[in-house]
Design a protein around this ligand. Sequence first.
Ligand code: ADP
Ligand code: MG
Length: 235
Amino acid sequence: MTLPAFTTKNLTKVYGEGRSAVHALRGVDVEIPQGEIVVLLGPSGSGKSTLLNILGGLDSATDGTAQFRDQMLTDMQDRELTRYRRDHVGFVFQFYNLMPSLTAYENVELVTEIARDPMDPAEALHMVGLGGRMDHFPSQMSGGEQQRVAIARAVAKQPDVLFCDEPTGALDSTTGRTVLKVLKSVNETLGATVMIVTHAASQAAMADRVIHFADGNIREIVKNKTKQSPDEIAW
Ligand code: ADP
Ligand code: MG
């Protein structure tokens, strides 16, 4: 039996204190199997990004535990969390966060220079269909292309987990579907666990497992019997 990618117990996050305290996570218990595409769905402010950021080692919990395989994330100090992110995790955000003064190739190279077992930046850019745009700057690319560079950057270190927070939030349907296809192929070719936060309910159809979030906790988990291809997703 392989370990789950993630296990959380009573995972709790409170921002601020006293009367201004915000309960972002209210005791989340979940197991996320390795190698799946997991879609987190829920209204704005329900705690999706908070969960992703704690699992990704970007934020700390207030109470409870979060575990990656057999490593207890909630016991780690900053240095260990940095190493965890470097060795295991890729992030894709809604607004690409590329360096404007660097080409697509150089943006990916920034990460491969410090990764443990990286791909060649060119290979990662080929994977996302941008083999012909490696010398272009972000300002010379469309939003969808910039997001694919961001995905290439995230996957070039061959992460075990790829966290995507509203990756298609700023994209139209055609480029959005292209980005989702790239995420699916990353899941299939690298075997990476892919967690996608979205408020677009239709994207749930491409997932192995859909986690419905509301008011800081999981309301329901649905395992899809069949997965739709990103091409078939309504927008
Ligand atoms: P979602 O991603 O589902 O939209 P978030 O996880 O971003 O939700 O936020 C959950 C709740 O926590 C929201 O009420 C939000 O305002 C609050 N929150 C998130 N980050 C912070 C922060 N750094 N400081 C204070 N409150 C925060
Ligand atoms: Mg969010």
